[in-house]
Design a protein around this ligand. Structure first.
Ligand code: C5P
Length: 399
């Protein structure tokens, strides 16, 4: 699968360094050529011999080693790399890279490369939450460095918290994704709405719905992986933010509406996967509403219909919406597509197991403007995301 691909793996000094051995082993099984660079501290955790034996290649440990073949090692590896992966990446290496410090083989190689760099940090949770560290990560992201979110679990220090290196399988999957996906969204700006909105009733209560945000987030991830420049406007959800995507947090439909209006003009494709609350309270009580014997009547008013308003002024942009239904799936979806001037609508029956709100899978029908319909079988939301993006590209081709 990775035949002909050169992966340079930078290993830093953290207890998770032992897991990098499995990363190399898995990459070799996929036929990648792997060159390992170890920092000085990494060598205290695992020996270069381990990596040499598993990668079948010399391991680079020192800038000033006598070379095996005469070449300027940091430049040759930097040029040869299809991707540089740093796993585990310490706060130290991230700090150095963010500040242009190149004082060892790994930092000089990264600085000299034009390849993609994927960083998988692993550290104590307080270090991970440290503000200076976070600023460094943000700076690197702005410069196009790719990051993997650490896992939560038992850390070496005994804390049960965020900071674990993701499992080698996940890191290798990410590498495969990066190296094998075609960049067919490269010049495209994609705007996505996701998650529910929350409309306050009083300071402690709100109106909302069961949307988990998973479908919209999966689309954002897929568009980013395929090279798109992605803006994701999200209501409150409990899932990790996708890496390398511009995320804008909003709470209410009104806020989502404002943000969409700010960003839609530069978008080529707009995908509205948010479950926007149709109504909000006409007035929000500033005190907690007390229980009354005779029940409670709330006066609601309509929220703006974001998709409808964008549909009216979308110009050449591709507009894609969702239609989550409990009955009359296709008819309801078709009439929304028409009313909101969408190019595609994704219909799903939220009453079926394996489809809809909290599930990791979905069962959808994609309906085109022409009335043409594609029924997809049950599949992971990640794969549904790719199918939707494939269809979006077809709409662009036809325009
Ligand atoms: O709520 P409804 O079923 O009409 O939603 C269909 C589509 O319209 C979805 O794509 C949803 O994101 C969008 N929508 C919106 N603003 C609303 C209601 C729905 O953008 N107020």
């Amino acid at each position: 699968m990775l035949c002909g691909k050169n992966v340079v793996l930078g290993v830093c000094g953290g207890i998770a360094a032992y897991k990098s051995v499995e990363i190399v082993s898995r990459l070799k099984k996929l036929d990648a050529q792997v060159s390992v660079i170890m920092t000085q501290s990494a060598q205290k955790f695992v020996t270069p011999l381990t990596f040499r034996s598993i990668s079948h290649s010399p391991v680079v440990t020192d800038m000033f080693d006598e070379p095996v073949n005469y070449d300027i090692k940091h430049v040759s590896l930097a040029k040869k790399a299809d991707i540089i992966v740093i796993a585990p990446a310490t706060a130290n290496i991230i700090g150095k890279l963010a500040n242009g410090i190149a004082d060892d083989m790994l930092t000089t190689t990264v600085m000299a490369t034009q390849a993609k760099v994927l960083i998988a940090p692993a550290m104590n949770v307080n270090m991970y939450e440290n503000h200076i560290f976070k600023e460094n990560v943000e700076k690197l992201k702005k410069h196009g460095f790719l990051f993997m979110e650490p896992d939560t679990g038992m850390l070496a220090c005994g804390d049960n918290a965020k900071g674990r290196l993701p499992e080698p399988e996940m890191i290798v999957n990410q590498i495969v994704d990066i190296l094998t996906t075609k960049a067919d969204f490269k010049s495209l700006n994609v705007l996505i709405t996701a998650g529910p909105t929350k409309e306050a009733i009083d300071p402690v209560r709100y109106i909302s719905n069961h949307s988990s945000g998973k479908m919209g987030y999966a689309i954002a991830k897929a568009a980013e992986r395929r090279g798109g420049s992605v803006n994701l406007i999200t209501g409150p959800v409990n899932i990790n933010k996708p890496e390398n995507v511009n995320v804008f947090d909003v709470t209410t439909a009104e806020e989502m509406y404002q943000k969409v209006n700010e960003l839609y003009e530069k978008a080529d494709i707009i995908i509205m996967a948010a479950a926007v609350a149709d109504y909000k309270c006409s007035s929000i009580s500033d005190k907690k509403i007390k229980k009354a014997q005779e029940g409670l009547t709330l006066k609601l008013e309509k929220n703006p219909d974001i998709a409808l308003s964008i549909g009216k002024k979308k110009g050449d942009r591709v507009l894609i919406g969702f239609s989550a239904e409990t009955d009359n799936l296709i008819d309801n979806a078709k009439s929304k597509l028409e009313k909101k001037n969408m190019d595609l609508i994704i219909a799903n029956d939220v009453t079926i197991d394996g489809a809809g709100f909290n599930s990791d899978t979905n069962i959808v029908t994609i309906i085109e403007k022409s009335g043409n319909m594609i029924n997809l079988p049950i599949m992971a939301k990640d794969r549904v995301a790719d199918e939707i993006l494939n269809m979006a590209l077809k709409v662009i081709e036809r325009k």
